[in-house]
Design a protein around this ligand. Structure first.
Ligand code: EPU
Length: 424
């Protein structure tokens, strides 16, 4: 197993190019199951979650090959591999997002057998809303030995609400949307997630011949079509990777230019950074982050888009730990998503968690030690803290980080961080 070792205290400076969005790429790759013929998809990050998704799709009969750096060709053909309907536990347990093959399989092959993803360290993560939406379209759902067994004759358009206890659901919206595009008649999804990654899936499907309107709003109208064809498509830039690099610049009081960003997807993150005192200049598809100012503490609340993303919470927590004064974080999407706070405390942070709140008494004196990554974004938060901690930080279990950030240590080191990957 590898670990990351960081010697803190080095100001970051320079340019970094942001990759395509993991959370857009994963459902778009799954949606290729619905298409007849080859699709060429650009902007696919080279990360472990994408490799897992490739394995899942190959298992389902997909022909997938890298055609150039960051591009994949994915081919499914109508009528082929009808009997391949399983996403096995071994792969789904590695990556919950693999559940997004459920909608396309049901729609295209009439049957799906997908392992229940189960909970994880960021929370319970049920899929009841996914199943409720698919049932409303006419699917029969059963559970057998830890698998969702879904079957359908003809899926039929209907009106569905995807509102749950914590708002709507991102992958649930993807599943219902992908099941509805080839259904008979019109489907209206109320309380749909409007995250840019869900929008990207809808634009991809429309390019392939689907008829989805209301994209970016909370009501999606999907007129069923008879078939979809392969397309060339480019995935949107990753707003969470961009936000993470923005905080890397901010926390080290550096100056970083981010290239290939969608600033319109980053409004909540940029506004919060400015409130803290970070200078962010957004210009076209670049953003420059710098600061010579003294930062102010802040209160943050994670919300569905366009609110501040839960996937930026750990990174903001790291930043707020270094700012003198009291900050409060309210986690409204995954109320238990605070495991990183215990590791940050080991670095000297003063954080009190009272779910769903974390109260931080910040001070500029974090110190390096051994810490453990519990999930992808927790790992990002710990790396950011390590960049400014006094002394050396050893970050263990970085396989979580490799799931979602491509060569994080190399890209940070090109910006001037003293960071290396070491085999343990
Ligand atoms: N929920 C339900 N029932 C459901 C589905 C969700 O109650 O059927 C609840 C969840 O427990 C949670 C809330 O609804 O409290 C939102 O969960 P959502 O379904 O939106 O999350 P997800 O689709 O499983 C995606 C991202 C996550 C991101 C969340 C929230 C992907 C692959 N994953 O997960 O990303 O945190 O949306 O924005 O798109 C990450 O990239 O590190 C990551 C965890």
């Amino acid at each position: 197993m590898d670990k990351i070792v960081i010697e803190g205290g080095h100001r970051l400076e320079g340019k970094v190019r942001i990759n395509g969005a993991k959370n857009a790429a994963l459902p778009i790759m799954a949606a290729c199951l619905l298409l007849h013929g080859p699709s060429r998809i650009k902007g696919i990050p080279n990360i472990v979650d994408i490799q897992t998704q490739i394995k899942i799709l190959k298992n389902l009969g997909g022909e997938i090959r890298h055609i150039e750096d960051g591009s994949l060709e994915i081919i499914f053909r109508d009528g082929e591999h009808k009997e391949k309907i399983t996403a096995p536990y071994d792969l789904v347990r590695k990556m919950r997002a693999s559940v997004c093959v459920l909608g396309p399989l049901l729609s295209k092959r009439g049957n799906a057998k997908v392992s229940y993803p189960g909970g994880c360290v960021i929370g319970q993560r049920p899929i009841d809303l996914h199943l409720k939406g698919l049932q409303a379209l006419g699917a029969k759902i059963e559970t057998d030995e830890g698998y969702v067994i879904a079957s359908a004759g003809t899926l039929k358009g209907t009106r569905i609400s995807l509102k749950g206890q914590y708002g709507t659901t991102v992958l649930g919206t993807c599943n219902v949307m992908t099941a509805a595009v080839l259904a008979e008649g019109t489907t209206i999804i109320e309380d749909a997630a409007c995250e840019p990654e869900v929008q990207d899936l809808a634009y991809f499907l429309n390019k392939a011949g689907a008829k989805i309107s209301g994209i970016g709003g909370s009501i999606l109208t999907i007129e069923g079509v008879k078939e979809l064809h392969g397309v060339d498509y480019e995935i949107i830039p990753d707003r969470i990777e961009a936000g993470t690099f923005m905080i890397a610049g901010a926390i080290t009081k550096g100056e970083i230019t981010l290239e290939n960003v969608r600033n319109d997807h980053l409004v909540a993150t940029i506004e919060k950074l400015r409130e803290i005192g970070v200078e962010v200049t957004a210009n076209g598809n670049t953003a420059v982050v710098k600061s010579n100012n003294t930062y102010r503490p802040a209160n943050i609340t994670t919300m569905p888009y366009p609110g501040l993303p839960t996937d930026m919470q750990a990174q903001f927590m790291a930043l707020l730990c270094t700012i003198s004064g009291k900050s409060v974080i309210a986690e409204k999407i995954f109320p238990d998503r605070f495991i990183h706070s215990a590791e940050l405390r080991r670095m000297g942070a003063d954080i009190r968690v009272d779910v769903p709140y974390a109260t931080i008494n910040g001070s500029p004196f974090l110190s390096g030690t051994h810490v453990m990554v519990s999930d992808l974004r927790a790992g990002a938060g710990l790396v950011l803290a390590g960049l400014v901690a006094k002394g050396t930080t050893h970050i263990h279990r970085i396989y979580h980080l490799d799931r979602g950030y491509e060569q994080i240590e190399k890209r940070l080191s090109q910006l001037g961080a003293h960071i290396t990957r070491v085999s343990e």
